[in-house]
Design a protein around this ligand. Structure first.
Ligand code: SF4
Length: 213
């Protein structure tokens, strides 16, 4: 990355970390995915059950083989070849996993996490259930305000995730949210975590790279 851009990612990432800490989260800045992955692995106890919230950022960090080496049970509804019933069962098990891993669609500079879900399993697990939640977010997810967070989701996260999942929704044609009424609509719930819920140990790892959508 260009050094000037790297500086910009870092200064904004560290400010976001300060805001997250003020809101009760445990937060840290990492310059790249490798250093973030090493820290993430240190937060997962050996033998833990680990739920996955369907994150491209987690996928880019390539941590699944290392979790398996730690004796962890992986609860991932995104693996290929599962039946709808099997996916559903894994989503339910994630709600009581020891550790839940996910990203965030947007992260405000006031230290808020903003997410839109289709079924709600990811946002539910982020709030209550798992003992520990680890959120990883590239600095491309940083926005100044909640309004900007919603705008980012409509302009980028929604359409690109629809494209990734090959859903037949109108944003795949237009490249932007059309606020559809489709049965396969991916955006049925919006969750804003303003401050850390008291019974969930939430760690937010801000990474100075463009990762995920
Ligand atoms: S509401 Fe519909 S059109 Fe908008 S991003 Fe979601 S799925 Fe796409």
């Amino acid at each position: 990355m260009d050094l000037n851009m790297q500086w910009h990612h870092e200064i904004r990432g560290k400010k976001a970390v300060e805001a997250l800490e003020k809101n009760g989260f445990t937060a840290a800045y990492f310059p790249d995915r490798a250093s973030a992955a090493a820290h993430l692995l240190s937060l997962v106890p050996d033998g833990a059950s680990v739920g996955f919230g369907g994150s491209m950022t987690i996928q880019a960090m390539d941590i699944k083989p290392k979790l398996t080496q730690k004796g962890c049970t992986l609860l991932d509804h995104g693996i290929e070849g599962l039946t709808p019933a099997e996916r559903s069962a894994l989503r339910r098990k994630q709600l009581t996993s020891d550790v839940f891993l996910c990203s965030s669609n947007a992260l405000t500079m006031q230290g808020e996490l903003v997410n839109v879900d289709g079924t709600g399993n990811r946002v539910a697990a982020m709030m209550f259930g798992p003992e520990r939640v680890i959120v990883v977010a590239g600095t491309n997810k940083l926005v100044n305000t909640l309004d900007e967070a919603h705008a980012r989701i409509k302009a980028v996260a929604g359409p690109v995730n629809n494209k990734r999942l090959n859903y037949p929704n109108p944003c795949v044609q237009s490249g932007e949210c059309m606020d559809c009424r489709s049965k396969s609509r991916l955006c049925n719930l919006t969750a804003i975590i303003h401050r850390r819920p008291p019974l969930t140990d939430i760690h937010v790892l801000v990474i100075g790279e463009a990762l995920g959508y």
